[in-house]
Each structure stands twice: as C-alpha cells, then as structure tokens.
Design a protein around this ligand. Sequence first.
Ligand SMILES: O=c1ccn([C@H]2C[C@H](O)[C@@H](COP(=O)(O)OP(=O)(O)OP(=O)(O)O)O2)c(=O)[nH]1
Ligand SMILES: [Mg+2]
Length: 147
Amino acid sequence: MADIIVKIINKSDNELPAYATADAAGMDLRAHLETAVTLQPLERTLIPTGLFIELPAGYEAQIRPRSGLAIKQGITLLNTPGTIDADYRGEIKLIVINLSNEPQTIHPADRVAQMVIAPFVQVVMEPVAVLSETVRGTGGFGHTGKS
Ligand SMILES: O=c1ccn([C@H]2C[C@H](O)[C@@H](COP(=O)(O)OP(=O)(O)OP(=O)(O)O)O2)c(=O)[nH]1
Ligand SMILES: [Mg+2]
C-alpha cells in the first residue's frame, strides 16, 4: 500500500502523533497546554493541540475520544467524531467535556483524543420524485426488535 502523506506543523513541545502499535487505527493527540485545566461536571472546553495538518484531497481526519479516559474519568469529546476537513489549515482543537460527577483535570501533554485518517467520497445529489422499494421500506429506529 502506498504511503499516504499528511503534512504537519507542530507548534507544541509535544511529540508528533504516531501509531502506538503496528496496526493501530488512531494516533493519540496531546493537549498543548501551559498549565492544567480542570473541568467541572458537564463543563466543556476547547483544548488546543498545537497541530496543523494538510490532508490529501479525498481524506478526512476523524477526532475520536479515548476509551480509557471515558471509562475512568468520564471525559469524552462533545462532537465525536470530530471532522477535520482536507482544506482546513487551522489548529486542530479538541472539544472536551466532563460527563462525570466530579471535577476532572487535563494536564499539559495528556493524550486526550485520537485521530483516525479515513478516505471519503463526495457525491452528486440527484432530486427524484420516488425512491426504490425495499423490504425495510420506512421501518427504522428498532422496528426489527431487540433480541
Ligand atoms: O473536533 C474538531 C472539529 C473540527 N475542527 C476544525 C477542523 C474542521 O475542518 C473545522 C470545521 O469543523 P466542522 O465542519 O465540524 O464545524 P462547523 O461548525 O461546521 O464549522 P465550519 O462552518 O467552519 O465548517 O474545524 C477541529 O479542529 N476539531
Ligand atoms: Mg462544517
């Protein structure tokens, strides 16, 4: 498989994002902070990463929570999965929220999210009067039952 090149500028002292294991899907993103930030229950904040990327056309970066932080501290991302567009040239920032019942602290260089690079397609919308018939039809939202 050909290497997919993502250009990156790192304005933090943190190490560059990297895959932690051979077949990891995501690269962890670290908080670019001078001092620790404490979030009260249900408080949200924007955490900078110091990272700026240039994705190839046809690719997006998905910003996802880390499961360890979610289960241990109730920290997640409010807009998960966040979308980094290929034409975005700003800093990658993380919309972090504390869903636990206690204050939670994020320290400088903490790994608070992970980034998955994925291909996508753009489509052409074709307005029509009717859609094709299927067995499912308009059924949804659990209409096939639970067990
Ligand atoms: O978690 C995120 C989500 C988005 N972005 C940046 C990159 C993305 O390309 C841009 C816009 O994101 P999105 O389309 O999700 O937000 P919007 O509210 O639709 O803003 P816009 O009108 O700028 O598209 O913001 C981040 O840094 N972190
Ligand atoms: Mg948008």
